[in-house]
Design a protein. Structure first.
Length: 223
């Protein structure tokens, strides 16, 4: 292999030198519901990693210090966002549709609003919205997929209860109790769990006319 010729090829490869300016930032992080607070936490060396809040799940239900235990986790710590106020009517969302909309879609609206304000594009400032695009990095599996998918397991629950000798009436009551603990399917569920709808919902609400799309960025989804 001729390394010199390889270097020469790299030198001749055209490079896109179009400048990019970051003019506004919106963000939410553990113990920081905006960019200023996040930067303050960095300067003050705040450790935002905490134990699992009771509002998320009960750690004792899933925790096992043995990493090889099936269907368990061996950590009780993580980075968790604090609760934020969200008025669905401000974003054209009916209150009864909220439970069928993934959190990423709601947080996306809030952070884009932060970024626009940070850039000086407030409601009273006009700009060419047809030139504004929304491109997001989002992981493929959204939060809402799990509870909605879990409801589809009821035929297996029914079989298991029957095999265990549980009477039909009691089995039906048990199945209902389990299914009622999950978010129900409704007409908003399908768009509510799709990753690409996060960008689409932002474009629709803010009336942006450019490209809107998502890229599955896995662990880089926050970017």
């Amino acid at each position: 292999m001729n390394t010199d010729s390889g270097k020469e090829q790299l030198k001749q490869t055209p490079v896109n030198t179009t400048p990019v300016a970051i003019i506004g930032i919106g963000s939410m992080y553990p113990q920081a519901d905006n960019t200023a607070k996040f930067w303050t936490n960095i300067k003050n060396r705040v450790d935002a990693i905490t134990e699992v809040p009771a509002s998320h799940w009960r750690a004792e239900d899933y925790y096992d210090q043995d990493p090889k235990s099936a269907d368990k986790v061996y950590a009780k710590l993580g980075g968790f966002l604090s609760p934020v106020d969200f008025n669905p009517m401000d974003y054209g969302i009916l209150p009864n549709a909220i439970e069928a909309i993934d959190t990423s879609q709601l947080l996306g609206l809030l952070t884009v609003e932060q970024a626009l304000k940070d850039a000086g594009y407030t409601a009273d400032k006009s700009f060419d919205r047809e030139q504004v695009s929304v491109i997001l990095g989002i992981t493929g599996t959204l939060e809402l997929v799990v509870p909605l998918g879990a409801r589809l397991g009821y035929p297996r629950w029914k079989e298991a209860l029957a095999d265990a000798g549980v009477e039909k009436e009691l089995a039906e009551d048990v199945i209902k109790r389990i299914s009622d603990s999950y978010v129900p399917w409704q007409e908003n569920s399908f768009p509510g769990l799709l990753g690409n709808v996060v960008a689409g919902r932002i474009s629709k609400h803010f009336d942006f006319g450019g490209t809107n799309c998502t890229v599955d960025a896995a662990c880089g989804s926050a970017l």
